[in-house]
Design a binder for this molecule. Structure first.
Ligand code: HEM
Length: 420
């Protein structure tokens, strides 16, 4: 699939971190393929950014993630431009704009993660199952009522996972559009369709709006706790004390944002892969129950909606004969890990029964996605119900992808279909 490869540094380095290039799926994968083969771990310094190492190989990314005391999340968990003086001033003494699980390391990370971990594990998930089934049915019915043509992302894929996570959190249905808008402004702050504006300081206003909403939520749930996740977060104690607002709001924010855009991208990307690979679609439809788990993981591998996280070294560390020095940061490109030809057999083929390796889209180690089992369950319930009713499906227009180096995937998927 090689095409239009920018081999020279810094041309490739500059292009790699441009959000608009991440909307060109094939193009970006070609560059990553070239990097894996020829320069899998190179230090880069794109204009306006502090330098960082570019990790593109599956095993390197896994090794870095499993060494949580050597490679930590704070102070640079995600890629952002160099801080301007104006930004530092605006932070007004705050070290972090947001402090959630992804900005934390041990001992805090472990203490905060433990608070909600049980909510996203086996027994509790099984309790949520029938509720999620009803939500899935509601959305399949909506699809049927749309009359055979729709934008699968805008009409279904973004709403269903949003509804699931907001129900768990305890956010009322009427506030879901606000949560969606703020999430898209936060994750898609570089996409013209999702950004509030391209003014870099605007991100502070987005976070400010989240905080205003969540401060109210904390007040309510402290006064009248219910059995939802927001009540647990609002009334949590860390070392016998109520955590500061920065951490409490960070907790709501990570659960409210990480839980839906990622899953909707995987649902939509999985459906597109089936449309584009009719043989795989047929294979899956002939043995849906048996093949559902491998199909779901293949859809998530295929899409890999979280494009990166970062780590910073606390001491010198040698990987692939290269020394990463104390204080240097590394970007972990998950979509590249998930197309690594050393690990996956024919990585550019979509195979509903793929069993060769465990995909890395949920990350690995201490920060591995808290909602991975929930995401798999939601997807599996939806696709099973969809297949029971769907008789025919085809593309009805050009799919469009989000312009973001962080979280992304399809933002539009026009389809034509026939349902029972
Ligand atoms: C297909 C869907 C999803 C994908 C691909 C995904 C991916 C990821 C990735 C890559 C990370 C960082 C892992 C690392 O640093 O090693 C992460 C963390 C996280 N995810 Fe997900 N996620 C998905 C769905 C969800 C859902 C449904 C929730 C529900 C609450 C969720 C909640 C979280 C949280 C709270 C973290 C932070 C964990 C920590 O830092 O300890 N995610 N996710």
């Amino acid at each position: 699939m090689l095409m239009d490869i920018l081999t020279s540094s810094p041309a490739l380095d500059e292009e790699l971190i441009k959000p608009e290039n991440w909307a060109k799926e094939q193009w970006i994968h070609s560059q990553l393929e070239w990097l894996r083969k020829h320069d899998p771990l190179r230090q880069i310094e794109p204009n306006g950014f502090d330098p960082f190492w570019n990790a593109t190989k599956y095993h390197d990314i896994k090794e870095i993630e499993q060494n949580k005391s050597i490679f930590i999340n704070d102070p640079r968990p995600v890629l952002g431009p160099k801080m301007t003086d104006a930004f530092v001033q605006q932070l007004a003494g705050r070290k972090h704009l947001v402090r959630s699980l992804v900005q934390m390391d041990d001992p805090d990370h472990m203490k905060y993660r433990r608070l909600t971990q049980g909510w996203f594990m086996g027994t509790n998930l099984r309790k949520l199952e029938s509720n999620i089934e009803s939500l899935a049915e509601e959305y399949i019915e909506k699809l049927a009522n749309l009359g055979g043509e729709c934008d699968f992302v805008k009409d279904l894929a973004i709403w269903y996972p949003l509804r699931v996570i907001m129900t768990i959190l305890g956010i009322p249905k009427e506030d879901e559009p606000l949560m969606l808008k703020l999430t898209q402004e936060l994750f898609g702050s570089t996409d013209p369709d999702n950004a509030r504006s391209f003014e870099p300081m605007e991100i502070m206003n987005v976070v400010g709006d989240f905080e205003t909403y969540f401060n109210e939520l904390s007040k309510e749930r402290r006064k009248s706790p219910t059995d939802d996740l927001a009540s647990l977060i609002a009334n949590a104690k860390i070392d016998d004390k109520t955590p500061p607002d920065l951490e409490t709001n960070g907790y709501y924010m990570i659960v409210a944002t990480a839980g839906h855009d990622t899953t909707s991208s995987s649902v939509a990307g999985g459906l597109l892969a089936l449309i584009e690979n009719p043989d795989q679609h047929e294979k899956l439809r002939n043995d849906t129950d048996q093949m559902m788990p491998t199909f779901i993981d293949e859809a998530i591998r295929w899409v890999t909606p979280v494009r990166h996280f970062m780590r910073t070294a606390t001491q010198d560390y040698v990987i692939r004969d290269t020394k990463i020095k104390e204080g240097e940061s590394v970007i972990l490109w998950y979509p590249s890990a998930n197309r690594d030809e050393e690990v996956f057999d024919e990585p550019f083929e979509f195979k509903v029964d793929r069993k060769d390796a465990k995909q890395l889209a949920f990350g690995f180690g201490a920060h591995v996605c808290l909602g991975q089992h929930l995401a798999r369950m939601e997807m599996s319930i939806l696709f099973k119900k969809l297949f029971k009713r769907l008789e025919h499906i085809e593309l009805a227009g050009e799919p469009q992808y989000t312009q973001s180096t962080f979280v992304g995937g399809l933002k539009s998927l026009p389809i034509r279909y026939k349902m029972k």
